[in-house]
Write a protein that binds this ligand. Structure first.
Ligand code: MN
Length: 440
């Protein structure tokens, strides 16, 4: 994306400010063990406003009644370090390359910052973060506050998300394109996993084919840790061990998606390990699928997440009632929320630069944010029936099913961005019977 697009985003943030400085820290390298580090992934807000992917930066958006300016602290060039760990942009060319007003060496942050914060009354920053550069910024602003020689110094600390969360909630056409591209790769990976799975394989073998396809197709990162859960493991919601054998007669739940240009995809499919659903598996699966399709069809501008949450609970409770998974009248199941035991989570979440995008579900007055054109959310109804729960009829014990798609709200209602990934019993069984190499 071009510099002017990032500038447009920064301008929208600056428009909301009166007299203040927004401080947005980049990501940092994190130690994995001893002297090895986790792979670097840029912090989403920082990326959203700069498109710059180096660690150890601090972006300042400054605004008062006279003017606004954008400053970046970043790592200075260092030939020795660059030989070991890669090129740095450096201070000298940063303004020109990134389209900014001022650039400084991050090593000089504590020295340069007082002059930049003087005269501003508000600081917008991630108040929960313990990022070192934000801590230095807070220290500097405190020193300015107690100094009597300055008329105006920062005294209002406001969470950065108040400036960004609504903007990130509504996706630009460019952002939707990135998510579609991520999904085209994720589609291949899910189809390959369906074709490849056989009894006796390990969960991590399936994980490997999925992540192989992500990488082979050019995705820089997985959007989150892949879940490959055979049988009862699907009932552990964030199962990421992926270390067990896949058994004949079990289902396999896969929750995996790649990133494309920092934009996420988030898809879950549930597939029979031996390629054919058993009768009870099919009955439960088609119940969840029918619920998912009904929920997706009800998405349009003006609808709230609360409304589709209630709809999902009603539909999934109906499935559990009809299959006698929960005994008793439907009214009792709803009234006492008995379905919660087997459907304990929300129907979905916002998705964008983060798989769980940091956008609000309610406004400052506590009212539901209504769906509007350009918002993207996941729809992921599920039923989890643990193997050791003796209240459940035996044939359903140890089955966990989740079906998740990524949905764009548009003027007509919705677009299912992941509709290419098969999910009917017939289509899944069809792909299971094929050679996984077709999907590589
Ligand atoms: Mn999800």
């Amino acid at each position: 994306m071009e510099n002017k697009n990032f500038k447009n985003r920064r301008d929208k943030v600056l428009e909301q400010m009166t007299n203040g400085v927004a401080l947005i820290a980049s990501g940092s390298m994190h130690i994995r063990s001893n002297d090895t580090e986790f792979p670097f992934r840029q912090e989403s807000n920082f990326y959203y406003l700069t498109g710059f992917n180096e660690p150890d930066c601090l972006l300042l958006l400054c605004k008062n009644d006279k003017r606004s300016k954008v400053c970046l602290f970043l790592r200075e060039k260092d030939p020795k370090m660059e030989m070991w760990v890669g090129k740095r942009l450096g201070v000298k060319v940063a303004c020109e390359v990134l389209g900014l007003d001022e650039a400084y060496d991050i090593a000089m942050l504590e020295k340069e910052l007082p002059a930049l914060l003087k005269g501003y009354s508000s600081l917008y920053l991630d108040t929960f973060s313990d990022n070192n550069y934000l801590n230095i910024s807070k220290k500097v602003s405190n020193e300015l506050f107690v100094s009597r020689s300055i008329d105006i110094s920062p005294r209002n600390f406001i969470h950065l998300n108040t400036l960004l969360e609504k903007q990130r909630l509504v996706k630009e056409p460019y952002e939707i394109e990135q998510i579609k591209k991520a999904l085209s790769i994720t589609t291949k990976a899910h189809h390959a996993s369906m074709a490849m799975v056989k009894p006796g394989m390990k969960e991590y073998e399936i994980q490997a084919i999925i992540e192989y396809i992500f990488k082979k197709e050019g995705s820089e990162h997985d959007a989150y840790g892949s879940i490959v859960a055979g049988g009862n493991n699907a009932n552990t919601l964030h199962y990421v061990e992926n270390s067990m054998s896949l058994k004949k007669g079990d289902l396999m739940l896969i929750d995996a998606g790649c990133e494309w240009n920092y934009y996420a995809s988030d898809i879950t499919r549930t597939t029979p390990v031996n390629g054919k659903f058993s009768k009870p598996q099919q009955a439960l699966y088609e119940g969840v699928l029918d619920a998912q399709e009904k929920i997706i069809k009800s998405i349009k501008p003006g609808v709230s997440k609360q409304l589709i949450q209630e709809k999902s609970e009603l539909l999934l409770a109906g499935v559990m009632h009809d299959l006698s998974i929960i005994k008793g009248s439907f009214e009792k199941i709803m009234e006492e929320k008995l379905y919660k035991k087997y459907y304990p989570h929300g129907i979905g979440h916002w998705m964008g630069l983060d798989v769980h995008d940091t956008c609000p579900y309610k406004d400052v007055n506590g009212n539901e944010i209504l769906f509007a054109e350009g918002m993207i959310l996941t729809i992921e109804p599920a039923i989890y029936l643990p193997a050791d729960d003796l209240d459940i009829p035996e044939e359903y014990r140890g089955i966990g099913i989740r079906i998740e798609d990524d949905i764009l709200v548009n003027s007509k209602g919705f677009e299912n961005l992941s509709s290419d990934i098969v999910k009917t019993v017939k289509d899944i069984e069809g792909i299971c019977a094929r050679d996984y190499k077709e999907f590589l």
